[in-house]
Design a binder for this molecule. Structure first.
Ligand code: PCA
Length: 213
């Protein structure tokens, strides 16, 4: 099995992005699974272009994109991406779309094809807070998750794909009050566990991952 895993560069005034830091700390090989790491820019269209090029050249079995969700407490495994770009802040190239579709000819939404409940269960078993999330937002992370699933779907590629949001790491919250964080080593560990869970669970677990809000 070959996994292509991406992390974004820093954005929104942060000096680091815990998503990329955690991705780059992963071993190149996990139990015989080949892990190919890729940094992508926090830029709407460029991020997807770079991802598509790498899917074509790497030919992975699985693609996992990882992003920072500052303010979230858990390792968040995203369920769904929607066909909306609506930036709260401009991207790293200064572009700030408002209510634009990611792809004009795409579905309203695409669901992750990763075993999201199994990933959450396995990560929690290791003592790391994790949850299914039902929104990846409307910024570059939703954009890349949507673009990934659109690309796999349109090209009939037999590749599993999905997205994981990770909290801030401690050095990012030193000057922020009451802001959740997770140590980088835990985030990296959770990504490793996620990769193994994707290998081990051909079918997802049928257990509740629902939320009221
Ligand atoms: N998080 C942002 C974009 C890049 C990142 O790491 C998001 O959640 O959209």
């Amino acid at each position: 099995m070959k996994v292509l895993i991406t992390g974004f560069d820093p954005f929104g005034g942060e000096k680091i992005n815990p998503a990329w830091e955690a991705v780059r700390a992963l071993p190149d090989n996990i139990d015989g699974i080949e892990v190919v790491k890729l940094q992508i820019p926090t830029v709407f269209k460029k991020s997807a272009k770079k991802l598509f090029e790498n899917i074509d050249s790497v030919k992975p079995d699985v693609v996992i994109c990882v992003g920072q969700a500052g303010g979230r407490y858990e390792f968040s495994v995203e369920r769904v991406a929607i066909n909306v770009d609506d930036g709260r802040i401009p991207d790293n190239d200064g572009y700030q779309p408002v209510d634009s579709p990611v792809f004009e000819d795409g579905e309203n939404a695409y669901f992750s094809t990763l075993p999201i409940k199994a990933i959450v269960e396995e990560v929690k078993k290791a003592g790391i807070p994790a949850a299914v999330s039902n929104t990846a937002g409307t910024y570059v992370c939703n954009h890349i998750m949507y673009s990934l699933l659109y690309y796999l779907n349109k090209n009939n590629l037999n590749i599993k794909g999905g997205f994981i949001h990770v909290p801030f790491i401690p050095e990012q919250v030193v000057e922020k009050k009451n802001t959740p964080y997770m140590e980088l080593t835990r985030i990296t560990k959770a990504l490793e566990i996620s990769i193994k869970a994707i290998r081990d669970y051909e079918k997802d677990l049928v257990i509740s991952g629902g939320k009221e809000f």
